[in-house]
Write a protein of this length. Structure first.
Length: 169
């Protein structure tokens, strides 16, 4: 089955007496333009989003008919979770992880990053309290780091930098 667009999210579409056939994907596949996968029931699926980044999210519906919905299910993976105790620690943590060009996720007041043993040890050595957990990476922090930007809103990085320098300066 070829799928070329998202239909919406199950929260907005609704079940309407249809069954759900989940399409399990890894967190790093959420932005892939072409994917060959199988649903939980075994249906072969080809996702082909050529015009734009699909930005697939948990519970996105990629197919619907009168009987069935095919719904995205992001699989849990090993992560490093850190709950910063201050804005300064948050800024330092994000800077250290960002320096490694790794994706960041935010959920339940914690910064999450896919697990890597060297990063875990480095965060421990730096005084953070990282925890290894199995979780779904659902909420990526998508920012464009431009600390010299003069836009009215600014980036997440510039806002954190401004908050930490005003409280520590």
């Amino acid at each position: 089955m070829l799928i070329q667009k998202k239909e919406g999210n199950i929260n907005s579409i609704g079940l309407k007496n249809r069954s759900i056939d989940y399409l399990p994907i890894e967190w790093y596949e959420t932005n892939k333009r072409i994917l060959h996968k199988h649903t939980q029931s075994g249906k072969e699926i080809t996702l082909k989003f050529l015009k734009e980044n699909p930005n697939l999210m948990q519970d996105d519906v990629v197919y619907e008919d009168g009987h069935c919905l095919i719904v995205i299910d992001i699989l849990p993976c090993d992560v490093i979770a850190v709950q910063p105790v201050s804005l300064y620690q948050m800024a330092c943590l994000c800077y250290e992880i960002g320096n490694k060009h790794l994706p960041l996720f935010f959920e339940d007041e914690a910064i999450l990053v896919p697990y890597e043993a060297p990063l875990f040890r480095m965060l421990q050595a730096a005084g953070f309290e990282p925890v290894q957990e199995k979780r779904k990476l659902l909420h990526p922090l998508k920012t464009s780091v431009a600390p010299h930007s003069h836009s009215s809103g600014g980036t997440l990085f510039s806002k954190i930098l401004q908050l930490t320098t005003s409280s520590n300066g």
